[in-house]
Ligand binder design. Structure first.
Ligand code: SAM
Length: 252
C-alpha cells in the first residue's frame, strides 16, 4: 500500500461514491478522489454517445488495465432543449435504468465509484443517482474542483473582491432573463455556454459587461482556449465552455 492509498482511505463494500474528478487536469483530483478511483470494485461513468466520457478521460492516468468498469451512455444530451418532453422522458428513463443497475451492484456488495466532472453536487448528473439511491444505500460524495474554478484559475482572473456578489447562471436561460440577472450582480459565471454562445454574448453585451467578459473553453484540459468574449464571434462554442465576468469590488 502506498502513502497515497493510506491517506486516501479505502472503499467500503456496498457503498456508492460520487467522485468529483475536477475540471480536466488529473493533477487537480483530491487525494480521496484519486484513492477511490484506484480502490473501488467498479468504476462507473456517464458518456455522450460515441465519446470516451470526459470524467473517465480525466482519470485515465490512474486506471490500470483490467479494472471492472460500467459505462452509461446518455440517449441524448444537448441536441434537444432540456425543457422538451422528449428530453425529460428519455433522460428520466435513462437515469432510472442506470440507478437500477447501480443498485444491483451495491446489493452484491460491490463498492462503486461514479465519476463526476468538477464537483458532483454542482450541476452534476451524479445528483440524479444520489436522489434515487441515498434512501437505500450508503453514499459518500467526494468534492471536486469545479469547472468554473479551473477556468478562472487558468484565465488568471480573480473573481470576487470585498462585498462583490457572484451569480452562477446557466446559459440555457432565456436571453432577457440572462440580461436581467447580469444587471443585478457584480460578478458572474455563465455555464452551459456551448450551443448558447451567440445568445450569451448578446446578453452580456446588452448588460454592458462585454469588456470584462472572458470565454474559457475546456479549461485545464489539453486543448484549452481562453480569449476575450468580445473576440468570440462563432455562434456555437464547445460543450465545455464557460464565460467569466469578474467583479470590480474593493481593492486594498
Ligand atoms: C453539467 S455542468 C457540470 C459542472 C461540473 N459538475 C462542475 O463542477 O463544474 C457542465 C458545464 O460546466 C462547465 N464546465 C465544466 N468543466 C469545464 C471546463 N473544464 N472548462 C470550461 N467549462 C467547464 C461548462 O459550462 C459545461 O457546460
Amino acid at each position: 500500500m502506498t502513502a497515497l492509498d493510506t491517506l486516501a482511505g479505502s472503499a467500503v463494500a456496498g457503498t456508492l461514491y460520487g467522485v468529483g474528478v475536477g475540471p480536466g487536469d488529473v493533477r487537480y483530483l483530491t487525494l480521496r478522489a484519486a484513492g477511490l478511483v484506484r480502490a473501488v470494485d467498479v468504476l462507473a461513468y456517464f458518456a455522450k454517445k460515441g465519446m470516451p466520457g470526459n470524467a473517465r478521460r480525466i482519470v485515465a492516468p490512474l486506471v490500470d488495465a483490467g479494472r471492472i468498469e460500467r459505462r452509461f451512455e446518455y440517449p441524448l444530451t444537448d441536441e434537444v432543449p432540456a425543457e422538451s418532453i422528449e428530453y425529460r422522458q428519455q433522460l428520466g428513463a435513462f437515469y432510472c435504468e442506470t440507478a437500477e443497475t447501480l443498485a444491483a451492484l451495491l446489493r452484491q456488495g460491490k463498492s462503486v465509484g461514479l465519476l463526476a466532472e468538477g464537483d458532483p453536487f454542482f450541476y452534476g448528473s451524479f445528483m440524479h443517482m444520489w436522489r434515487r439511491l441515498v434512501p437505500d444505500f450508503p453514499v459518500e460524495v467526494v468534492p471536486g474542483v469545479t469547472g468554473m474554478s479551473g477556468c478562472w484559475t487558468r484565465a488568471n482572473v480573480p473573481m470576487t473582491w470585498g462585498n462583490d456578489t457572484l451569480a452562477v447562471l446557466p446559459g440555457t436561460l432565456g436571453e432577457e432573463q440572462l440580461v436581467e440577472r447580469l444587471r443585478r450582480t457584480d460578478a458572474a459565471v455563465i455555464m452551459k455556454v456551448g450551443r448558447n454562445l451567440g445568445k450569451v454574448r448578446r446578453a452580456v453585451e446588452a448588460a454592458g459587461l462585454l469588456k470584462r467578459a472572458v470565454y474559457v473553453e475546456r479549461g485545464t484540459m489539453q486543448d484549452e482556449r481562453i480569449l476575450p468574449l468580445a473576440d468570440c464571434s462563432e455562434p456555437v462554442g464547445a460543450y465545455f465552455a464557460t464565460v467569466l465576468i469578474p467583479g470590480e469590488g474593493r481593492r486594498l
